[in-house]
Design a protein around this ligand. Structure first.
Ligand code: SF4
Ligand code: SF4
Length: 314
């Protein structure tokens, strides 16, 4: 048995802004939602979403002996969280900083290591967007926030610009958090109204075939980049978060690893024309943009300015 207060202390010391604790259960109430979403093809053929559905619903199948899910969140909001007025190619604010897969995993590992040191015999596994875990459902279950109509978790203190990570352990804790039950969206529909591709097909439901964030985070063809349109975004898309009233009043991240490594709003045509593979390595080498690589980001930026010129001549 672990004390919940001990877990929260380790999470705060590892650099997390929020930590909630949920008892492992099969998320049977999510079955219909997940199957409906997959049935509509809204996963845009992401084959990994269709694999391991039972493991997604039940952490006990994912990790033998699982008893507790520790959900941690880190605020990553930086000064480029709202690029709607930028005249230059836009890059999602999370992608301007160090890759969260690496930074979140390092923080989660610290917590698990400390738990293992203090409680020999306890075993666990860390996850951050890396395995079949319904992390948004677990964030709600652990009391961190609610599912916004843009399908992202919105937390009362840090809004939706938060990374989530989970540790599944094979021990129980003395106290579990209550699920978050308040609906913080109310009658607001700002994210649905603002999405330029109508990718939020109904509250809480995203058609990823139309979602710029998903389309631009993969190496895809020019044809795919223009259909549907990407509206000036060359990697990621923050629009449905930038318009959210909850994000307007949340603080910027205090974490050094969330600081942007460059400013896309001042990266004009001259910047991108000169931008070469060495610059990419130096500026973007630790960011998630490495996922698509230099050639793709450069090509998209160059295309952005060519399209602007074409539109100006028409
Ligand atoms: S990330 Fe962009 S494209 Fe995707 S749902 Fe939000 S506003 Fe729409
Ligand atoms: S913009 Fe409005 S509807 Fe969308 S997540 Fe934020 S509060 Fe909810």
């Amino acid at each position: 048995m672990i004390n919940a207060s001990e877990i929260r202390k380790y999470a705060a010391e590892a650099g997390f802004d929020l930590c909630g604790i949920a008892r492992v259960r099969r998320l049977g109430d999510q079955t219909q939602r997940l199957c409906d979403w997959l049935g509509m093809g809204y996963d845009s053929g992401l084959s990994y979403m269709r694999r391991n559905i039972e493991k997604r619903l039940d952490p006990a199948l994912l990790y033998e002996g699982a008893k507790t899910v520790i959900v941690c969140a880190a605020n990553y909001k930086n000064e480029h969280w709202d690029q709607r007025n930028s005249r230059n190619p836009r890059i999602s604010s999370y992608a301007l900083a160090q890759d969260y897969h690496v930074t979140m995993k390092a923080k989660l590992d610290i917590i698990l290591r400390r738990l293992s040191d203090e409680h020999p015999g306890i075993r666990g596994r860390c996850f951050t967007d890396s395995a079949p875990v319904l992390e948004k459902s677990w964030a709600i279950e652990a009391g961190l926030g609610w599912r916004g109509k843009n399908s992202l978790i919105v937390t009362p203190r840090h809004g939706s610009f938060v990374f989530l990570g989970e540790i599944i352990v094979d021990a129980e804790t003395d106290i579990y958090d209550s699920p978050f039950t308040k609906d913080g969206c109310g009658t607001c529909t700002a994210c649905i109204d603002a999405c330029p591709n109508s990718a939020i097909v109904s509250p809480y439901v995203i058609d990823t075939n139309r979602c710029i964030s998903r389309l631009t985070a993969e190496k895809i063809t020019d044809e795919a980049m223009s259909s549907p349109e990407t509206h000036g975004w060359i990697y990621g898309c923050d629009i449905c978060q930038s318009v959210c009233p909850h994000n307007k009043r949340t603080p910027l991240s205090a974490h050094p690893e969330s600081r942007p490594l460059f400013d896309p709003t001042s990266a004009d045509q001259t910047f991108w024309d000169k931008f070469d593979a060495d610059d990419f390595h130096e500026i973007c080498g630790t960011t998630p943009i490495t996922r698509i690589g230099f050639d793709a980001i450069k090509e998209r930026a160059v295309n952005f300015f060519e399209e602007q010129q074409d539109n100006g001549q028409q």
